[in-house]
Design a protein around this ligand. Structure first.
Ligand SMILES: *Cc1c(COP(=O)(O)O)cnc(C)c1O
Length: 368
């Protein structure tokens, strides 16, 4: 029995997107698979990415990295959001590269290394302007600490993150690159020259070749989505194919009269007699409650905008005067006529949020 709603993930599209991005850089590709691979499924996407040529994987959380190892993935993995108190001994045992972004973290990772007899592989994160992760005020103290600890650590990388790499008119990325170079000089002054340096996300991988360094960390682009539709163009303009589609069943299709108020709050009034399709997917499945009628669902023959508010497990679409669908049919909620970017625009958010919030309760089905 096919489920009432499901996510279809095209692993062939993911492979093609990686190849498309690889054609724009000489740097190695790190496939970012945090947040369940942006909702596409951690393990299948990681396998597909490595097969398609990504030589590294990147996750936020340690548990994501541990899951990858438990599924037999041997590629180098960086986990970059490990708060103090994480199980660093386990991380070392599982050969996971750790990002170091504070002195507290350095101490914990260093002592886990001493205790376990495994030299930690670390990437030092520096704050070059985003004011989120990375060393800033503690930098001088870090240099001092590294002078005494450097032989106990394998300092694999130095890295940072761009705040505005999707904005062509901004020179902020140039400033961040300059600041990064200064951090690099400070490290080399104490005899530390990391093998790899990395700052680029998808936007920088696609439009800032001077920022590529040895490695680019590619997330949204690998999933076939534009990092910024307004400034960088659509997926297809960037040569990318969205990998996610979402389908749901119609629970019912029924006639409703002109003038009817539809859904909670009666926010939509029908302008004509029509047929309403009741779709078995709602905000508990990840459809934004704030979406307007600029989103909806479709089949090959039908473009049916949302009517009224999205409910918890269902939403209502306008199937028109003479509907081509009936109860039990599947409609394409996301990825047909209504793209991920359409859903983002219709709900005042970005494509990243649409895909990552598609609920785990929807099964992921993989095609190639
Ligand atoms: C999420 C993330 C990325 C990927 O960003 P995209 O814009 O999705 O390519 C890269 N680096 C870090 C540190 C991240 O957290």
């Amino acid at each position: 029995m096919r489920p009432r709603a499901y996510v279809e993930v095209n692993l062939g599209a993911i492979a093609a997107n990686i190849k498309q991005i690889a054609s724009k850089t000489d740097a190695q590709i790190l496939a970012v698979v945090k947040a369940d691979a942006y909702g596409h499924g951690l393990v299948p996407v990681a396998h597909a990415a490595v097969t398609a040529g990504a030589s590294w994987l990147g996750v936020a959380l340690l548990e994501e990295a541990i899951t990858l190892r438990s599924k037999g993935i041997t590629a180098p993995i960086i986990a970059w959001l490990t708060p103090p108190g994480d199980d660093f001994a386990l991380a070392l045992q599982e050969q996971i590269d750790l990002s170091i972004s504070s002195l507290v973290l350095l101490q914990e990772v260093h002592s886990a290394g001493i205790k376990s007899g495994i030299k930690p592989r670390v990437h030092i994160e520096v704050d070059t302007g985003m004011r989120r992760g990375g060393f800033l005020a503690e930098w001088r103290e870090l240099l001092g600490a590294l002078e005494t600890m450097k032989n106990d650590l394998q300092i694999v990388g130095l890295w940072s993150h761009f705040a505005r790499s999707d904005e062509p008119e901004s020179d902020f990325s140039e400033l961040q690159l300059k600041t990064f170079a200064q951090y690099e000089r400070d490290l080399s002054a104490i005899g530390i020259v990391p093998e790899i340096t990395h700052l680029s996300n998808s936007a920088a991988a696609l439009r800032l070749p001077t920022a590529h360094r040895s490695l680019v960390r590619v997330g949204i682009g690998m999933y076939g989505l534009s990092p910024d539709v307004e400034h960088m163009g659509t997926s297809s303009e960037l040569g990318l194919q969205p990998a996610m589609k979402v389908f749901a069943k119609l629970v019912n299709v029924k006639f409703a009269e002109k003038g009817s108020a539809v859904g909670y709050g009666g926010t939509a009034i029908l302008e004509d007699d029509t047929h309403l399709g009741i779709v078995a997917m709602g905000y508990a499945d990840g459809l934004p409650r704030s979406a307007t009628s600029e989103a909806g669902a479709s089949t090959h023959e039908m473009r049916a905008p949302l009517v009224g508010r999205v409910s918890m497990d269902q939403c209502v679409i306008d199937c028109g005067e003479s509907p081509t669908v009936s109860a039990g049919d599947y409609v394409e909620v996301i990825g047909g006529v209504f793209s991920i970017d359409d859903w983002a625009r219709a709900s005042g958010t970005i494509n990243y949020e649409i895909v990552t919030r598609i609920a785990p309760r929807l099964p992921r089905i993989y095609i190639d």
